[in-house]
Write a new protein. Structure first.
Length: 379
């Protein structure tokens, strides 16, 4: 199939989960034999068009450049569709998007809307309050129109799409690049370069340090364990780099995504200590497909996270890792000590984690599922 994949607010390549997702989907579908044209945002210093592992990347601009005005990219998307003649359109949902679905409507093409963030209002939503002040609720009406227009939807959980669209929604989780993220990437020189002491168990967190990512919970646990010479914490992401002040470890700050496979493989335990109380949208359900968790597991790391679905379905307690009470630094510390003191347990859990991601949560599996949906709606 010729697929037009519209993700106009994403920068590819990039460091965010959205950037990784778009690139992996585009080249994953291309690897399955499809002609994929991915439409992303153009930034300074990058070509307007290039190939990325078989996928064709089209970078566009609109004015004003802010993503709130993404709908103004419609003319550019329409022009790309004229040149590429797609048979089906995919769009990555954004409340101010819709340009891909508009082109699909104009050309009479089937469309798949990827919904990775809520297309419904969560309880006590400020956006819903402001929208309601207008009486006609334009934001809600617009996003519901997008969900109605799409032939099908794909989402990590159905609760973040409107009730009327759930019948045509398929649950599709994200994944990991299991070729790039692998235990085979582990190197002693990488561990040394990261400052990990010889013989220490390296505890890894990666993410953007947003409040709901739970870095504060991890650092609470790290401070409780500051006296243990056998533990060392490595934090990747955030605004600054340097040695930790009150626990054993360091922050690397933001690093190029291309380095992440070797950094993850250099660790011994991965931690995803989410604090869902810090983000109101999560009252709808844990809709993130946790990229960091899949990458930890693909690299053969036992993973420690909170007992909330779907995390507890991905990381089964005692199988691929351990679960701890959300927002409880003491309980997290307990789980880390258990893993630190039992290398056999770490090894067994890490092997099961790798096998589970390869079988169920790889980008290849994700793209296989998308292909089935696209063939269904295009038939």
């Amino acid at each position: 199939m010729r697929i037009l994949y519209v993700a106009s607010d994403q920068v590819v390549p990039g460091r965010t989960g959205g950037s990784v997702h778009v690139l992996e989907v585009a080249r994953g579908l291309a690897a399955r034999g499809h002609e994929v044209h991915a439409v992303v945002q153009r930034t300074a210093g990058v070509p307007a068009e290039e190939d990325a592992d078989g996928a064709h990347v089209h970078r566009i601009r609109w004015w004003p450049a802010h993503r709130l005005f993404r709908f103004r990219a419609r003319a550019a998307v329409r022009a790309i569709a004229e040149r590429t003649r797609p048979e089906v359109v995919m769009e990555r949902y954004y409340n101010f998007g819709g340009e891909g679905l508009a082109v699909a409507r104009e050309r009479g093409l089937p469309s798949l809307l990827e919904v990775n963030s809520p297309a419904v209002d969560h309880p006590r939503s400020l956006k819903a309050f402001v929208d309601g002040m207008t009486l006609v609720r334009p934001l809600r009406r617009y996003r519901e129109r997008l969900c109605r227009e799409a032939t099908a939807l794909a989402s990590p959980i159905p609760e973040i799409v409107p009730c009327f669209a759930r019948e045509k929604t398929r649950t599709v989780t994200w994944g990991a690049n299991v070729d790039a993220f692998s235990p085979a990437r582990r190197r002693d020189d990488t561990r040394a370069a990261l400052g990990i002491p010889s013989g220490a168990v390296a505890i890894l967190f990666s993410g953007s340090f947003r409040p709901w990512h739970g870095v504060h919970v991890l650092e609470d646990a790290a401070r409780r364990l500051a006296g243990r010479a056998d533990l060392y914490f490595v934090l990747v992401g955030g605004a600054s780099a340097g040695e930790a002040r009150d626990y054993r470890g360091r922050s690397l700050g933001a690093v190029p995504y291309e380095r992440m496979p070797e950094i993850v493989a250099a660790a011994d335990v991965g931690v995803a200590p989410y604090d869902t109380s810090r983000l109101g949208q999560l009252a709808l359900g844990f809709y993130w497909s946790p990229l960091k968790v899949f990458e930890y597991m693909a690299s053969g790391l036992p993973t420690v996270t909170i007992p909330r679905a779907p995390l507890s379905d991905i990381v089964r307690d005692g199988e691929e890792g351990l679960l701890f009470r959300e927002r409880d630094g003491d309980d997290l510390a307990r789980a880390l000590v258990r893993l630190a003191e039992d290398p056999g347990l770490r090894s067994a859990m890490g092997a099961r984690a790798r096998a589970r991601v390869v079988e169920r949560y790889s980008w290849a599996r994700h793209c296989e599922t998308l292909e089935h949906i696209l063939r269904e709606i295009a038939s």
